[in-house]
Design a protein around this ligand. Structure first.
Ligand SMILES: C[S@@+](CC[C@H](N)C(=O)[O-])C[C@H]1O[C@@H](n2cnc3c(N)ncnc32)[C@H](O)[C@@H]1O
Length: 276
């Protein structure tokens, strides 16, 4: 799968537009427009997922998330941007009471189809920018896995997550690493050998397509923002940052998936552990 790999993210620099002009256009894209692209990509996206999510999650994120969560039995957890629902199912299997929210109706349908036992998962259709369907202070934990970088109004969405978390509760917020996602990708030689990871245009905050495969036409949209923007958004929402993790593959995982040795050369994801 190409999604989430900054290596594969292409800036949509259309003929003649300057970087600033392109940024301005992309900043006007709203959640309703952006989510249509997720609906169109839903089958393809879900097709990349195993019980533990796509291969990036399986190797780099899911074991870490489950470890951070620890014992979840009886806890009320919001999966904010659940996609096809693998994480909700893993948490529900461990006894959590999960509310799984996504704005893509098609992904929610797929998530429901994949859920054999829905006694502990309540799938809800909502935009993270407006969680009025959820009460304030109602969750012990929020997990949002690789979602916020795809939400146009990420500041309001972060405030909404703060509002629905109970005081003292934890939010595990995972985003694509903002220091490696701008105009980024592997530079390869003629034989395909990865020479180095390129980044450029860090201070141009802008949207870009996330190619779901080498020939997909309907791609979701993600947004590059600086680390400072995310930091300020999190602090302004009211959260305290208790930890920051840059996940890398364990030796065990590299033995099983040797291609992940290159994930010791750059970092795809950033995990914030946040306390209300
Ligand atoms: C990269 S996928 C991650 C899905 C899932 N958390 C996972 O780890 O596989 C991003 C998800 O965010 C959802 N999403 C994007 N914008 C959203 C919004 N404004 N409100 C709620 N969900 C949104 C998409 O529909 C998609 O399911």
């Amino acid at each position: 799968m190409l999604a989430d790999s900054a290596a594969s993210r292409l800036m949509l620099l259309l003929g003649g537009l300057s970087k600033n002009e392109w940024s301005n256009i992309m900043q006007t894209i709203g959640a309703d427009e952006a989510i249509k692209q997720w609906d169109l990509s839903a089958e393809l996206y879900a097709g990349y997922c195993s019980k533990y999510g796509d291969i990036n999650r399986e190797v780099l994120l899911t074991p870490l998330i489950l470890d951070i969560l620890g014992m979840v039995e009886g806890r009320s957890i919001l999966d904010a941007g659940c996609g096809e629902g693998y994480l909700s199912r893993l948490m529900a299997e461990r006894g959590a009471n999960v509310t799984a929210v996504d704005y893509s109706e098609r992904l929610l349908e797929i998530a429901k189809e994949l859920t054999e036992d829905n006694t502990r998962i309540n799938y809800r259709h909502a935009n993270l920018e407006n969680l009025e369907i959820l009460s304030a202070d109602s969750f012990d934990v929020i997990v949002s896995c690789v979602v916020l970088q795809d939400v146009p109004d990420y500041q309001t969405a972060t405030k909404e997550m703060y509002r629905v978390l109970r005081s003292g509760g934890e939010c595990i917020l995972i985003i694509t690493h903002p220091c490696f996602s701008s105009d980024a990708g592997w530079v390869k030689d003629a034989s395909g050998k990865k020479l180095h990871w390129k980044i450029d245009n860090h201070f141009y905050e802008s949207g870009f397509e996330i190619p779901m495969s080498s020939n997909s036409e309907n791609n979701p949209i993600g947004f590059h923002r600086t680390l400072t923007s995310y930091y300020k958004t999190i602090i302004n929402a009211g959260f305290k940052i208790s930890d920051l993790i840059e996940p890398y593959p364990s030796q065990d995982k590299i033995e099983k998936h040797p291609e992940f040795v290159d994930d010791l050369r750059m970092c795809h994801f950033l995990i914030f552990r946040l306390i209300k």
